[in-house]
Write a protein that binds this ligand. Structure first.
Ligand code: GMT
Length: 380
């Protein structure tokens, strides 16, 4: 099949999922056309069956705000026409689904009929999407998509609660693509970050308020009072300054390493003993799944789709949002007990295996086939 994938190319979870999905589909022989404004971070070097189409954004002085959605729709029209695509799959509703609808309508006037699938990722529904100013467009796009998927049952439920739609939403969870890659544990590398008698606690995010990174620092501070530890903060974003202020206030700067945005976070994650994800809301929690995949147990909040990923008492522990005392005491209990920690590391990895790409990819392929077949029936 020839599939156009529209995504945010940056470090966010939706872009990671879309890129890894495209790479996996290409490996199975599908022809994948990524359409976005810069090369997706996870795309890496050149691969067979993968093409990248850059959306150039006009900076004509009249435009106070760049008309990205219009340029994206035009690019989709061009790629569908000239590459003869069978299907568009857009990740994140705003503005990708509305641009896909626009492209679909334009193509119809040219006698070309193409279906599009929208995958809802989270903040497009739970934060930005709930904003009244976006609601009519998102509702319309969900209803007009030829297929809709959500990354968790929780997100599906939120979508029905917040939007006036009764159309079918299929839950296809996020996945881990490289579970088979086993690189040996690098003790020398670990020693660059912590002494042998210290634990490493890790957090990866885009440092948006929804991630509650200040809770990460507070939980770490409590754990460190009982178990000598280091905190590894990976990523960057609007809360970074506040987080650094808090570290200074708590006097923990010398134990906190903020490494910023890095390409292969898994390399550092796997040096860790514990992953913290205390988010306010999280439709899935891909970062937690990526930590589990490299054998790191997760201490998280119990919000949104996280309980579908992190199994309490097995792959880690969950607490109410903001309950930093409970998160810290769960972390301390685990880090103090060598045998228990070893068991949880194994269980975290086992839990991640439930989300192996080999189980998830066929679900997308089946959906693609049924959407294309249904669409063909409609246009006959
Ligand atoms: O977490 C973010 O703010 C980024 C956002 C994205 O679209 O890149 O993440 C959302 O999609 C991820 C991939 O499906 C999910 O794993 C995250 O849980 C979700 N974030 C939130 O719901 C806050």
């Amino acid at each position: 099949m020839k599939i156009g994938i529209v995504l945010y190319p940056t470090y966010g979870g939706s872009g990671v999922v879309a890129t890894e999905l495209g790479k996996a589909l290409a490996e199975k022989g599908h022809e994948i056309h990524f359409i976005t404004y810069s090369q997706p971070v996870r795309l890496g070097s050149f691969r067979d069956n993968i093409y990248y189409h850059e959306v150039a954004v006009s900076n004509y002085p009249l435009f106070e705000f760049q008309p990205y959605e219009t340029e994206l729709a035009s690019k989709m029209v061009d790629v569908v026409l000239h590459e003869k695509l069978d299907l568009l799959h857009v990740h994140y509703a705003i503005p990708h689904a509305s641009a896909a609808f626009m492209a679909q309508q334009i193509l119809k006037t040219k006698g070309v009929y193409i279906p599009f699938i929208t995958t809802l990722h989270g903040t497009d529904i739970t934060l930005v999407g709930k904003d009244k100013s976006f609601e009519p467009v998102i509702t319309f796009c969900i209803n007009q998509s030829d297929g809709v998927t959500a990354v968790s049952e929780s997100l599906k439920k939120d979508t029905y609660e917040h939007f006036d739609t009764d159309r079918e939403i299929q839950v296809i969870p996020n996945f881990i693509h490289n579970l088979d890659e086993k690189t040996p544990f690098d003790l020398e590398k670990r020693r660059k970050y912590a002494a042998d008698n210290e634990r490493i606690i890790c957090h990866v995010s885009n440092f948006r308020p929804v991630k509650r990174v200040e809770d990460v620092v507070r939980v770490f501070h409590k754990i460190n009072q009982e178990v000598p530890s280091r905190l590894l903060l990976i990523g960057d974003g609007p809360e970074r300054y506040n987080v650094e202020l808090l570290c200074r206030e708590l006097g923990s700067c010398d134990r906190v390493m903020t490494v910023g945005k890095i390409r292969n976070a898994a390399d550092l994650m796997k040096l860790s003993d514990l992953f913290l994800l205390p988010s306010q809301t999280e439709s899935f929690g891909l970062a937690a799944l990526e930590a589990m995949a490299v054998g790191v147990p997760v201490i998280s909040s119990n919000t949104g789709g996280i309980p579908e990923v992190n199994e309490h008492g097995y792959s880690g522990f969950m607490s109410d949002v903001g309950d930093i005392n409970d998160m810290a005491s769960n972390g301390i209990a685990l880090l103090k007990d060598e045998e228990k920690l070893k068991l949880f590391k194994q269980q975290a990895r086992k839990q991640a295996e439930k989300f192996c790409i080999t189980k998830v990819l066929p679900q997308y392929e089946e959906l693609y086939e049924s959407v294309v077949a249904n669409h063909k029936k409609l246009i006959v």
